[in-house]
Design a protein around this ligand. Structure first.
Ligand code: ADP
Ligand code: MG
Length: 449
């Protein structure tokens, strides 16, 4: 083994943590060895090691253990003794680690993902309530609970929270959480080692089974087959099952129809994209958490609001932004001002800007002025059409990173000078025409939401 395993999983870790976090925290790790189930990495400073352990330790461990299940924890060891990276923190032990529970076939539960640390808002209200209900235990009311939604909206968090809750109230309960990928890995391994009976027994003896990201097994015939049998056996015994996916069961391509209909039998709830209030709530909560660790941190008014407004992709990116901001500010010992935030997060901010497309703008503006999309990009020059078209050009110029010629092309192949004229016209009107001003504000807000 060794460096190869690390090489294999790095890409997956990058996908999980995002490119920025990857570059900052994962790429600098030097793989050292695997010994007695402990994977050791070298890190440049203690601060770095603690940070990676706390924020990415479980991810790294989970990934490594899908390739080599004998790995039971990961450790980060400082190679060169360097000056402490920041003041105000006492020296800590040289090694920190994540220990995984041995007996169960599942993956480790992240201790940070609890109901207390989950911020509830309109978009996730129902999913939270359903998860809470399942976390209370007792007679199974809906089986399975199927949670779905886009990346980083809190599915895994809620599943772990359920596991904590159940383990707290009934420590003897056999609660197993794993990703569909790990399920497949274990299944394949059992086949290879001719231990299918053990595999079946193990999975049929759990009290609560959680399988995360079930879309992963789509198209994988024999894994699906085995999953189906496990699922049925547990449901027949009245055992609770919780599944997550990136779309509703019916929409998962390549998933067996029998499984789809089984998954739809229980309660299917989705996590909607976050709204501004929820994002702000999450940021405020994270700040409270960090405060406990870095008491000296100061954040200027308006910075959190700015981040909640501008980073609307997903919660993981939002958290990553805050983490980076804190790490940076504490390393250089500065307070977090708007300027520092814009500087330090320029790439993330740019990436979330790119999200709004010209077509979205054209559609929203057409809707707003009650004209057809085909008219928006068509040849007519009548003012009832031309004005909305100019508004859309103006918004495209200001809300996307597209150039004038590109914008022109998307508006039925118009010249860039036409676009420039349109943009100027709206700039003029905006200053003198209240109606246009309000239209622009409203459109901008709905597009950013
Ligand atoms: P998913 O599994 O849906 O892709 P996760 O559960 O992994 O998303 O969430 C991504 C990150 O965002 C996690 O660190 C999680 O704690 C955080 N997060 C997501 N939603 C919330 C929320 N409502 N409150 C607090 N943290 C959240
Ligand atoms: Mg997840």
């Amino acid at each position: 083994m060794t460096n190869e395993i690390w090489g294999q999983v790095q890409k997956q870790i990058e996908e999980t943590v995002g490119k920025n976090n990857y570059t900052t925290w994962i790429a600098p790790l030097t793989f050292s060895k695997i010994d007695a189930g402990i994977a050791t990495f070298h890190v440049p400073t203690q601060f770095f090691g603690n940070w990676v352990q706390r924020n990415y330790g479980e991810t790294i461990h989970a990934r490594l253990s899908t390739v080599d299940p004998s790995i039971s924890r990961v450790e980060f060891v400082v190679v060169k003794p360097t000056a402490p990276a920041m003041s105000g923190r006492g020296a800590q032990s040289n090694r920190t680690s994540v220990v995984k529970s041995k007996e169960l076939p599942g993956a480790a539960i992240d201790s940070r993902f609890t109901f207390e640390s989950f911020v509830v808002g309109k978009p996730n209200e129902l999913a939270h309530a359903a998860a809470k209900r399942v976390g209370e235990g007792g007679p199974v009311t809906f089986n399975p609970l199927f949670l779905y939604g886009g990346v980083g909206l809190g599915k895994t968090h809620l599943m772990h929270a359920i596991a904590h809750e159940l383990k707290n109230s009934s420590p003897d309960l056999n609660v197993v959480y794993l990703s569909a990928e790990q399920f497949m890995y274990r299944f394949v391994q059992a086949l290879r080692e001719r231990k299918m009976m053990d595999f079946k027994e193990l999975f049929r003896s759990v009290d609560v089974l959680m399988v995360d990201d079930v879309q992963f097994i789509a198209g994988k015939e024999s894994t699906q087959e085995e999953f189906f049998h496990t699922f049925n056996a547990l449901v027949d015994q009245g055992k609770q099952i919780i599944i997550s996916g990136d779309t509703s069961p019916g929409e998962i391509k390549g998933l067996d129809d029998r499984i789809k209909s089984r998954l739809q039998c229980g309660l299917v709830v989705d996590l909607h994209p976050t709204d501004y209030e929820l994002r702000l709530g999450i940021l405020q909560q994270k700040v409270e958490q960090y405060r406990g660790e870095y008491a000296a941190l100061v954040i200027d008014d308006g910075v959190l609001e700015f981040l909640a407004l501008r980073i609307s992709t997903n919660v993981r990116v939002l958290e990553g932004a805050l983490t980076r901001l804190f790490a940076f500010a504490s390393l250089v010992g500065r307070e977090i001002t708007m300027e520092l935030a814009k500087d330090c997060l320029a790439d993330i901010l740019r990436a979330s800007d790119r999200k709004i497309t010209i077509e979205e703008i054209q559609r929203k503006v057409s809707e707003h002025y009650n004209i057809r999309f085909s008219e928006m990009v068509g040849p007519r020059r009548h003012r009832t059409i031309a004005r909305p078209r100019q508004v859309a050009m103006y918004l495209s110029k200001h809300m996307t990173s597209r150039s004038l010629p590109e914008i022109g092309r998307r508006f039925g192949g118009r010249d860039h000078t036409t676009v420039m004229h349109g943009v100027r016209k709206i700039e003029e009107l905006k200053a003198i025409d209240n109606q246009i001003f309000e239209d622009l504000e409203l459109l901008r807000r709905t597009l950013e939401a």
